[in-house]
Design a protein around this ligand. Sequence first.
Ligand SMILES: [Zn+2]
Length: 355
Amino acid sequence: MSRQSELAFAHQEQIIAIGDRLARRAARIWRQERDLPDLNLSWMHVAPMLQELVAAAQIEAASLSQPYLDAIDESYNFVPAQASIEPQVFSNVMGDGREVAPALYGAVTNTKTFIGRGMEAGRAFEAGANFIAAVASAALHDMSRNADRVLAAGKTYTRYIRVVNGSACSRCAILAGMYSGPDAFLRHVSCQCGVVPITINVKTPAGLHDSPGVYFDSLSKAEQDRRFTNAGAEAIRQGANPVSVVNARRGAYGIGYSGHSNLPNVNRASLHPIVIGVRADGTPLQVYATTEGTTARGAFYKGEQKAQQHATSQDRYRRTTTLRLMPEQIAKMAGNDPERWRALLIRYGYLDAPR
Ligand SMILES: [Zn+2]
């Protein structure tokens, strides 16, 4: 194990612990309301609590980026460019730019749908709890990874390795590898993979995996069997490519990689700054969002747009009224140019660094 892999796995474990605790607490808040007959009414009560809980966990996780990456710098004897992030900038938003409470509101619609299909109310409510836990956890992991990647970009790292370790992420084994620049980070729902930046001339630090085969070989036989199924693991041990084995199984698991493909196309002209807080020095903390003009590809956004026209203030916990400009969209704007990405991250409020 290299110092870098020790740091990366320790960081990932901390984030997974925060995510697991968040998921449990969020589901518990949802369950408190189960006796109320009117789900919409109870949502107005629990939504602010859930939103606050998720935001606090996101801030806690984003606060760990700085010590993590400072230690990584030191492990390489790398003197980075000056950069810091404001953890709050990585809170109160989903990885795809939606607000958190409206994303969690799916628990209400799901529960109603299940009940409508004849599911027993208790079970339907529990399905809602699972939804809440999964979405809260996704909000945490996506934004923690964003914080790490934005800060790493600020420090002028241009390459990173995916940290595949969480047991939820055997499917990500086939994505093990080295990435350059601001390339999009593929992930599935509840993906717990992390990132560790590497310097230009460094070989893959021991303990990290720069290919699916290397990742597979790093596991014990029991772990190989557990994560790839007995038959799948045996096929790989006999020489099958892990990528084709996992891809063959993918259908069975219903996995579609989400991520940058779900992001709405934010039209630069429709962006406007929104103030989300205050810095220690009293200046406003600003990010960018759009309320319109998202030429959405998916039906979701089209439906969302329509609903927004009738949005009232009471709806703020049920409908997304603003879509935040996210680091991955900024990467697209930058055209995969790391320097431009860094400059745009500064301009759009994600990164504090000298230009
Ligand atoms: Zn993953």
